[in-house]
Design a protein around this ligand. Structure first.
Ligand code: SF4
Ligand code: SF4
Length: 98
């Protein structure tokens, strides 16, 4: 199955739990520097954008722990439909692998 992870910057609070969960899942330690997801922050505008690195294997572990469901794992077909329904220029952003 082709998988897609949808990143919703409008929902993200910048808590960075996802970075901790990924580093623990992949490297056995809480170390954001070893995470395959990074949260980019623009403090001035209060905007947070979670971004997947190329090492991400779409295991979905981080999506289980995001407190506001700003990252979610889907079948790629479903993600494409969700993107089509969203307005141009708005999130969510789907990353697809499979
Ligand atoms: S994606 Fe979720 S877990 Fe990651 S920083 Fe945003 S709100 Fe927190
Ligand atoms: S889906 Fe990607 S970013 Fe999330 S825990 Fe798995 S490898 Fe890390």
């Amino acid at each position: 199955m082709r998988k897609a992870i949808i990143l919703d910057a409008d929902a993200c609070t910048g808590c960075r739990v996802c970075e901790l969960i990924c580093s623990m899942a992949k490297h056995g330690e809480y170390n954001p520097k070893k995470s395959y997801i990074r949260v980019i922050a623009n403090i001035d505008f209060g905007v947070y954008l979670p971004v997947l690195l190329t090492n991400c294997d779409f295991c979905g572990e981080c999506t289980e722990w995001c407190p506001v469901e700003a990252i979610s794992l889907h079948d790629a077909g479903k993600a494409a439909i969700m993107q089509r329904k969203s307005k141009i220029g708005q999130f969510p952003i789907p990353f697809v692998r499979g």
